[in-house]
Design a protein around this ligand. Structure first.
Ligand SMILES: [Zn+2]
Length: 127
């Protein structure tokens, strides 16, 4: 179920970049947009032996809205991110509710395929 989305327009002359903080954006949106990273770290245990630990972790993704452009598809929680709400307050960004795709795009009616008969092309001789 796709909920409403928000688009951010950058009305400044500089690109705007923010990080989608997991605890704020993902938790609020109910959908994690973080990247999954594999990592390996080396620890020296109490016995002095080196141990490799590896696993996966989530790394927050970031986004950039270029000057004069609009980037859509954000969860409405986007406006609560610290960097974003500041930019909204300072007039760097404008947030706009996006109409759900189902309403915005006319339902695609499956039309009968276009006539396949090929119309002979009239070649007009130049001159
Ligand atoms: Zn996340």
């Amino acid at each position: 179920m796709a909920g409403p989305t928000v688009a951010l327009r950058n009305i400044s002359r500089q690109p705007f970049t923010a990080t989608l903080i997991h605890g704020l954006y993902c938790d609020c949106g109910g959908k994690c947009g973080c990247r999954i990273e594999r990592y390996t770290s080396t620890d020296r245990g109490d016995d002095g032996a080196l141990r490799n630990r590896s696993g996966t972790r989530t790394a927050p993704s970031s986004f950039t809205v270029w000057a004069g452009e609009e980037l859509g598809g954000f969860h409405p929680c986007i406006v609560r991110l610290p960097g974003v709400d500041g930019a909204l307050a300072r007039g760097i960004l404008i947030a706009r509710d996006e109409v759900e795709a189902e309403e915005a795009v006319a339902p695609q009616v499956k039309e009968s395929p276009p006539e396949t008969r090929t119309r002979p092309r009239r070649i007009e001789a130049a001159g």
